[in-house]
Ligand binder design. Structure first.
Ligand code: NDP
Ligand code: 8X3
Length: 256
């Protein structure tokens, strides 16, 4: 029986490492002995993470929406960090919670550009090396919002449905290689996600978590780490995780 993967053999690229799941994922892999490339746009936070995590952490500042920046950052990696075998395509956001007919098109553009295009640029840049080495793991951050619609989830949920289907289609393309693909699909988790969604309004951002014990960033990082360190024969296709205090509701009706 093949043993689980030794984390010390892993070089992990994480997008969205300046906050939430991404930062927690970097910490989890570093604690287990892996090398990590932590990326995001906020340089001060990347610097602080590097200071905290030490020489096995390398940082790269780029915007995932900018294809050339993504490609250039990966091309510029020094030899000891260049053989990425896990990519965690995590950078993403929701903007707004209004109904579609009132939503901001700028918010919609930003979600599509980040959650879809940015994720594609990240995965596409890391994939050829993994296929050439016949070893690797693409882990994407989907969401329960891909499966379960809710009012105001319009474009955000649709971008995560894209992630789910892209992950499944990638599995089809990669059959025959030893490259794994996983869509991690969390429910309500407390990070800066809500603050971003409500454009910095802290009071509104606190509402979704009121009276609920949400998932923590560490909870989600643990599922990412677990998926990445299972024996190589195992592929977790989709992994949905929710707080115990969250579940499903009945269909809604507009009654006369
Ligand atoms: P946070 O807001 O805490 O973190 C988001 C991260 O994404 C930040 O590090 C941010 O870095 C990065 N990011 C955003 N836009 C860009 C960009 N254009 N270029 C590069 N990096 C970018 O949120 P979470 O940790 O909660 O979210 C991480 C992922 O998990 C997202 O894809 C989100 O949709 C998903 N998710 C979140 C859930 C939740 O309830 N929290 C549940 C299910 C899924 P910076 O601003 O420095 O660039
Ligand atoms: C984040 C979870 O329910 O806010 O993807 O859309 S939710």
């Amino acid at each position: 029986m093949k043993s689980p993967i030794n984390p010390k053999t892993l070089t992990v690229l994480v997008t969205g490492a300046t906050s939430g799941f991404g930062a927690a994922t970097c910490r989890r892999f570093i604690a287990a002995g892996a090398k990590v490339i932590a990326t995001g746009r906020r340089a001060d936070r990347l610097q602080a993470l590097k200071k905290e995590l030490g020489p096995r952490c390398r940082i790269a500042e780029f915007d995932v929406r900018e294809r050339r920046q993504v490609e250039a950052a990966l091309d510029a990696l020094p030899k000891e960090f260049s053989k990425i075998n896990v990519v965690v395509a995590n950078a993403g956001l929701a903007l707004g919670l209004g109904p579609a007919h009132e939503a901001s098109l700028d918010d919609w553009d930003a979600m599509v550009a980040t959650n879809i295009n940015g994720l594609l640029y990240t995965v596409r840049a890391a994939l050829p090396g993994m296929v050439a080495r016949d070893e690797g793991h693409v882990i994407m951050l989907g969401s329960t919002a891909a499966d379960y619609p809710y009012p105001g989830g319009n474009v955000y949920g649709a971008t995560k449905a894209f992630v789910k289907q892209f992950a499944l289609n990638l599995r089809a393309d990669l059959l025959g290689s030893n490259v794994r693909v996983t869509d991690i699909e969390p429910g309500l988790a407390e990070t800066e996600f809500s603050l971003v969604r409500f454009h910095g309004d802290a009071e509104q951002a606190a509402q979704p978590y009121k009276g609920i014990e949400p998932l923590s960033a560490d909870d989600v990082a643990e599922t990412i780490f677990w998926s990445a360190t299972l024996p190589r024969r195992v592929n977790v296709n989709r992994l949905q995780v929710m707080p115990v205090m969250q579940a499903f509701g009945p269909f809604a009706f507009k009654r006369k």
